[in-house]
Write a protein that binds this ligand. Structure first.
Ligand code: OAD
Length: 769
């Protein structure tokens, strides 16, 4: 039964995504084709004009004005902004970016700027898909996947390589992480987009590079050495790009003057080299190189210069076409120097340079197979893999997230290898090189998920049955409710105290835990919101309970005794909440949903900031500060509700807050009128849980259920003193689940959890996701 239900769901979801992806292919393929045809048409006309290169400054200034005035998001080379949108903005792209990006790129490229055409297509793809997903009301996760389909369709529509385009879109997001379940939709969208663009008249890349012989061992060695050289060349290119950006960024000149200056540099390159080959898209030179014609050895370096200047001086466009150019001409030069097959090395140089600069070795290998055939593609895979490693953690896309280090040497200090060329320093480097690293030697590997065999043992009714009620029904209090005190002492974990290396190391460990997890449960407290400016409760100087007595404010008895005092205090907190935005920690937890299957945020906070940051599964155990309810339970009002009744209740907040901030004794509240329920006349009270009251049973049950089924538990910014919330991490420890605490101060949990990171939530979380 379980098998049949799951199989039916899997089949339906697969079919759903085949259909959605095909739609993405169509709606992205059409604007991509229009963009490419306009580009080809424009280039065909302008490049026939004598001295057309004199128009470059006009192109750069035009692009600068279009972007800066109409859509600053359209700046740069496109793919970078798309990666950022997926990581940080749930795939949301501002729709205005699409036409602006198209226009700015057309102006840049047609008038001679040196850039590519794939970045804008990816941005168009992401934008169209994001708009469509919003229109049909897709959920956040579906939207992300659909936007990825849009990006794949954009890339593939340009290059005509559906498999490479689909893999590139996934691979380019993060170093060392690939989402297999996004592959099918991306592939379908890519195939459809290639079909549509081709039928609308777009000419895709096509080369005839035939590598006849295969299998000899000398070629294997040749590929390793060639990959190494291409990797180093990628380091040079990325450095040139960064330096040029920095140089133009530092100039104290108006953007339009920088654009003119950039244009002048490009004209100077044309005049100095007596050729227009290094400006524009440069497709003819790529063709030439791949046809096996020997080309000027200096070509890659001039192209690096013109591209870096174009993109930093205000031009708009992609970066992959210049990367093709540089890689192909570099391979061409290599073959000339070593008397090798020019066409084959130009081809392999082109794709390996993509692998290194964009950190996409698998897409590069597939691109080689799709463009040049299996024989050349097979060798290219080796050069691409080597080049990818050699470039280290550099990238033409700085928004890429490093999920797995390429080698542990990327972080020498973290592994106790000092960068000192003294005798001792060199000895340590050698020892690390030959004997591995501190982490690998000393630390046990973190748990890495469950096996297929184990997963089959889980019965479906175990997944859906509610937890047995009982244990979770206790009121809010500071008295521990966990009967089995030994649970606290079960696991003695690592406590990482501040110190830069330790923090780095713990971020690394936390990332590994996240990587191995599929269901994460998070318990948060006032500390995560402290970073937005809201006070905590128990801070000795600034905490609420340092200034107020909880028994006089946050209990039903206190409200009965002096309703106005409690009402005013909550009104003041409600008002303060209006001035804050979700912080780094809240936003990072929302982003965590992009990396694991399920994130449950169980919070003791009543500020609603997790939901505002975008977390989709929030269990607010202690209620909602922005809501008030009738003491008899007949009505609830939310501050954002329209309507005269809610308006009357909440506009009185300012006066109540004033009373709270100025009162000196209980009697000072006498003039404040606590609003009453329009239906029954009973007092309204904040919709929060007070000490001695029961927590909402459904949410608490769900919190325990999710804790029992999670494979990673995070405790963030709570003093872990208030029950029953503080029992959740203990339950997770009982289940053998790793529990990671993030808190600058020690708590009763600190010595028990698997890893305790003594630092601020925002800093740690935003370094992990
Ligand atoms: P507490 O005030 O008890 O604890 C806040 C915790 O956040 C402390 O342990 C701080 O060290 C930590 N912290 C401070 N800044 C931080 C940062 N930047 N990053 C991470 N941690 C940080 O607040 P809670 O544990 O949330 O209930 O308190 C639980 C409940 O007790 C509250 O919901 C409230 C209170 O009484 C009611 O009012 C009913």
């Amino acid at each position: 039964m379980r098998f049949a239900v799951i199989q039916a769901l899997v089949t339906l979801t697969t079919l759903k995504w085949v259909i959605l992806a095909a739609i993405a292919g169509v709606i992205v393929g059409i604007p991509t084709a229009v963009f490419l045809l306009l580009l080809d048409g424009g280039i065909a006309v302008v490049y026939e004009l004598p001295h057309f290169y004199l128009l470059i400054p006009v192109g750069l200034v035009g692009s600068y004005f279009l972007v800066s005035r109409l859509a600053p998001d359209a700046k740069g080379h496109g793919t970078e902004q798309v990666i950022d949108a997926i990581h940080r903005r749930d795939g949301n792209i501002v729709l205005r970016v699409i036409p602006v990006k198209m226009l700015a790129t057309l102006v840049t490229l047609i008038l001679g700027g040196s850039a590519g055409k794939e970045g804008p297509s990816a941005q168009i793809g992401a934008g169209v898909a994001s708009g469509f997903a919003g229109l049909v009301g897709m959920t956040k996760l579906d939207k992300q996947r659909f936007v990825l389909c849009g990006i794949s369709a954009g890339f593939s529509g340009v290059f005509g390589t559906p498999i490479a385009g689909a893999i590139f879109a996934s691979e380019v997001l993060a170093i060392g992480r690939f989402h297999y379940n996004r592959l099918l939709p991306a592939l379908i969208a890519s195939f459809v987009s290639v079909f549509i663009t081709r039928n609308l008249g777009v000419r895709h890349l096509s080369f005839d590079v035939d590598y006849g012989a295969s299998g000899e061992m000398s070629m294997l060695l040749g590929m390793v050495i060639f990959g190494l050289a291409i990797g180093l060349l990628a380091v040079v290119f990325i450095t040139v790009l960064r330096q040029s950006e920095r140089l133009f960024g530092r100039m104290r000149l108006p953007g339009s003057v920088k654009a003119l200056l950039g244009g002048a540099v490009l004209i100077a390159v044309v005049l100095a080299t007596q050729t227009t080959n290094y400006i524009g898209l440069g497709m003819e030179i790529i063709d030439l190189a791949l046809d096996g014609e020997p080309y000027r050895g200096i070509a890659p370096f001039f192209k690096m210069l013109t591209t870096a200047v174009t993109l930093s001086a205000g031009g708009s466009g992609g970066i992959l076409t210049p990367i093709f150019f540089i890689g192909a001409t570099a391979g061409n030069l290599w073959a000339q120097l070593l008397e090798l097959d020019i066409a084959v090395y130009s081809a392999i140089g082109m794709v390996s340079f993509v692998a290194a600069t964009a950190n996409t070795p698998i897409a590069a290998a597939f691109m080689a197979i799709e463009l040049f055939g299996l024989a050349t593609g097979t060798w290219a895979a080796i050069a691409a893999a080597v080049a990818y490693l050699i470039v280290g953690h550099l990238s033409v896309f700085p928004s890429q997230i490093i999920f797995h280090k390429k080698t542990f040497f990327m972080d020498l200090e973290m592994h106790d290898v000092p960068l000192r060329f003294s005798k001792a320093g060199i000895k340590r480097m050698f020892s690390a090189f030959f004997h591995g690293y501190r982490q690998e030697r000393d630390e046990p590997a973190p748990p890495r998920g469950i096996s297929v065999a184990e997963s089959e043992k889980v019965r479906i009714d175990e997944l859906v049955k509610p937890r047995a009620p009982g244990r979770s029904y206790y009121p809010l209090s500071t008295v521990p409710h966990v009967p089995d005190e030994t649970a606290y002492g079960q696991q003695g974990g690592t406590v990482v105290r501040p110190g830069e290396r330790d923090i780095k190391e713990s971020i690394e460990k936390l990332r590994e835990y996240v990587d191995a997890a599929s269901r994460v449960c998070v318990l948060t407290g006032a500390g995560i919101s402290a970073e937005c400016g809201l006070p905590t409760f128990r801070d000795a100087r600034t905490g609420y309970w340092a200034r107020f007595d909880p028994t006089q404010l946050a209990t039903p008895e206190a409200f009965r005794e002096n309703p106005a005092r409690t009402w005013c205090w909550y009104a003041a907190r409600r008002l303060a909440l209006q001035t804050v935005e979700p912080g780094e920690g809240h936003r990072a937890l929302a982003r965590l949903e992009n990396y694991v299957d399920r994130v449950t945020v169980v919070t003791q906070n009543v500020d609603g900031l997790h939901s505002r940051a975008g977390s989709s599964r929030v269990l607010d155990l202690h209620g909602n500060l922005l809501q008030v309810r009738c003491m008899k339970g007949c009505r609830t009002f939310h501050r954002d509700e329209a309507g005269p009744e809610a308006r009357d209740i909440f506009t009185a907040d300012a006066a109540a807050a004033f009373a709270a901030n100025h009162a000196e004794e209980a009697g000072d509240f006498e003039h404040v009128e606590v609003p009453t329920c329009p239906a029954c006349g009973a007092f309204l009270r904040p919709d929060v849980v007070w000490f001695g009251e029961m927590l909402p049973a459904d949410r608490l049950n769900q919190a325990f259920a999710d804790t029992e089924r999670c494979d990673l538990f995070l405790v963030i910014g709570t003093s872990a003193q208030v029950q029953p919330a503080a029992s959740l991490p203990v339950v997770a420890l009982e289940q053998g689940v790793p529990v990671v605490e993030i808190n600058p101060n020690a708590t009763p949990l600190t010595e028990q959890v698997t890893l305790s990171i003594r630092a601020a939530a925002g800093e740690i979380l935003s370094s992990v996701v």
